[in-house]
Design a protein. Structure first.
Ligand SMILES: NC(=O)c1ccc[n+]([C@@H]2O[C@H](COP(=O)([O-])OP(=O)(O)OC[C@H]3O[C@@H](n4cnc5c(N)ncnc54)[C@H](OP(=O)(O)O)[C@@H]3O)[C@@H](O)[C@H]2O)c1
Length: 326
């Protein structure tokens, strides 16, 4: 089968197409013919061993994924496709089923085929979604869900989402609405209409207005794009409020302070998404409460170009790779 592989940590160009062996499903796994996958920030950060996040984080990345070179040669953490074969004990899926899901840190989705356990984060594809749309659901949704859960959101609370137009941000706006909070979304001018259409109650164009200076306060501030900081926005948090971070070693250290800072708390995502979570998101898609935002689609062979675009940190929503030759 064709797959995008990389044998050393480095820039986007370390990735190349190669013929590799097609995987064979174990008794509790399904073999999926992948139709679409994505290039996301997790792929990019892992491919360069989190070099930009500092020495400590880079070292931890190498301990997890391979000290000198990556142990897993194929990136790609989310996908949509068709079941090609099933293991002997698989009950939930059958050959021909259309599915979508996430492999997370196991990666492997930048390929024509993949094996996934039936109990992993895999579900039947919502019928109204294309493979491209379904492939782009999980990464943003799972990251946003994991962050939002840290805040124990209550109906009617106010949340400001900074970076509302990225993969995690577009998911965050929709999920914060699902938790029945009052959502203020912050993004640049070109994305204002998009985030409104996702359900934001109010929008702020950060090129025109600094939300930290307008006097408004929120129960929760979700920095969905890692471009703000607790220090800069703590004045916009209500007493007892939470700042939700998506990354940053400093945020992790601040989150470890059990009593918070000045009656306000930094929270860092800690839970791993589960099968239950993909079923929750599928339910929201089926009832029209969730959609994946797609910026661009590239064929698998253009993975380097797609990656370079993701690394501009300016994509709106998600970047998809189409895989199957139809
Ligand atoms: N995706 C993952 O798997 C993953 C996993 C762990 C952690 N993270 C971290 O989570 C964060 C978000 O990831 P993502 O994939 O959602 O990001 P993303 O999709 O790459 O974010 C792109 C968006 O960020 C906005 N943006 C760029 N610069 C900005 C700024 N200075 N202020 C506000 N918004 C800005 C742009 O929209 P505008 O033009 O509207 O500003 C663009 O739409 C990153 O820090 C990433 O490292 C991601």
């Amino acid at each position: 089968m064709r797959a995008v592989v990389y044998d050393r940590y480095g820039p986007p160009a370390v990735q190349r197409l190669e013929e590799v062996a097609r995987p064979v499903p174990k008794h509790d796994e399904v073999l999926i013919k992948i139709h679409a996958t994505t290039v996301n920030r997790l792929d990019c950060a892992t491919r360069e061993a989190n070099r930009r996040s500092g020495l400590a984080v880079s070292l931890i990345t190498r301990i997890v994924f391979g000290i000198r070179r990556p142990r897993r040669r194929i990136l790609g953490s989310e996908l949509a496709g068709v079941i090609e074969a099933v293991g002997a004990t698989v009950n939930e899926f059958a050959v021909g089923d259309h599915v979508f899901g996430a492999t997370g840190l196991r990666f492997g989705a930048h390929a024509e085929f993949i094996c996934i356990g039936e109990n992993a984060r895999l579900a039947h594809k919502p019928s109204a979604m294309s493979f491209e749309q379904a492939a782009a659901v999980c990464d943003g949704a799972f990251n946003a869900l994991s962050c939002l859960r840290q805040a124990h959101l209550q109906k009617g609370q106010t949340i400001l989402i900074y970076g509302a137009s990225g993969s995690i941000g577009t998911a965050g706006v929709q999920l914060a609405r699902y938790f029945e909070t009052d959502v203020t979304a912050v993004c640049s001018t070109k994305n204002l209409e998009l985030v409104k259409s996702l359900g934001a109650d109010a929008v702020i164009d950060y090129t025109q207005e600094d939300f930290t200076k307008n006097g408004a306060t929120y129960d929760v501030i979700f920095d969905a794009v890692g471009k703000h900081s607790f220090r800069r926005c703590r004045g916009s948090l209500k007493r007892g409020g939470s700042y939700l971070a998506t990354d940053g070693f400093r945020n992790l250290l601040l989150a470890l302070r059990p009593w918070g800072i000045g009656h306000k708390k930094v929270r860092f995502p800690s839970s791993m998404p589960t099968k239950k979570d993909i079923l929750l998101i599928k339910g929201l898609i089926d009832t029209g409460k969730y959609r994946a935002v797609i910026d661009r689609c590239y064929p698998l062979e253009d993975v380097v170009e797609a990656t370079k675009y993701v690394e501009t940190e300016q994509k709106t929503g998600n970047v998809v790779l189409t895989v199957a030759r139809r």
